[in-house]
Design a protein around this ligand. Sequence first.
Ligand SMILES: Nc1nc2c(ncn2[C@@H]2O[C@H](COP(=O)(O)OP(=O)(O)O)[C@@H](O)[C@H]2O)c(=O)[nH]1
Ligand SMILES: [Mg+2]
Ligand SMILES: [Zn+2]
Length: 293
Amino acid sequence: MEGLIIKAISGFYYVETENKQLFECKARGRFKNNKQSLLVGDRVEIMPDGDKGVINAVKRRKNDLDRPPVANIDKLFIVSSSVVPSPSTLLIDRMTALCAYKNIKPIIVFNKNDLEDVTPWCNIYKNAGFKTIACSAVSGEGMEEIISELQGGISAFTGNSGAGKSSLLNKIFPKLALGTGDVSEKLGRGRHTTRHTELFPHSYNGYVADTPGFSSLEADKDDLTFKENLSSLFPDFEDFAAFCRFSDCKHIGEKGCAVCSAVEEGKIEETRYKSYITMYEELKDVKAWNIKK
Ligand SMILES: Nc1nc2c(ncn2[C@@H]2O[C@H](COP(=O)(O)OP(=O)(O)O)[C@@H](O)[C@H]2O)c(=O)[nH]1
Ligand SMILES: [Mg+2]
Ligand SMILES: [Zn+2]
């Protein structure tokens, strides 16, 4: 029987099968020694026995993330808020690059539009070609747009603590009743860290990772050691990069760099390019460090 791991707690995996039956499963011995352990989001083959079962095999993963620890993610909602904490374009751009690297569709969400107009932030990402949503968990603005993106597949929310991830999820799925706010976030740390990651099967024919209390500020360095050409992870650079004079152009001020010209002409968003340069410098350091080893 085939199913999806929607919850994992201390050696038990909760597998939902196609007919929405839930089985409490143990993994077969060989998975335990395997370095690539099972994750929430893994599609598995189980041998059922009543409402329990044994996981016999795991299907090939499309992708996986460390934070949240989820496999086979289709969409990542990158949530920022208009104020407290205000958006960090570098953080967002790291996440969009990660999405490009992991074959995940990023949805750029600017929340708390009731406190301050998020249009200027939205425009940066619209111009860069991303699906962007202005919303407010308080007024309910933007919820239909979020819901339409949640449709089908596995989604996860990421973004600074305090941006409003849990509030947005609660607004859409009151049943979730996630802890929100500064206090619960802090008190909740204990609660949340002992808490497992869980996929919530929702009424829009999909799953959403319930991941309160983690911060993508801690975005894993490993993930950022992209093994590909960094600029290929900036889809908004691609159309221009084809016209650079040198085919191995790194877009850091070379002669005849079409990306640099596009930045000067305002065809590429300046903050996007700034993030690219920051990440490029970091990767250079990582590479040099790797070689020394
Ligand atoms: N004014 C306003 N406050 C919000 C909004 N969304 C969340 N908040 C508040 O921001 C704080 C952090 O929200 P929370 O959902 O816990 O953020 P998370 O850390 O990203 O899960 C809480 O005090 C919320 O009540 C919003 O759209 N407008
Ligand atoms: Mg939260
Ligand atoms: Zn170039």
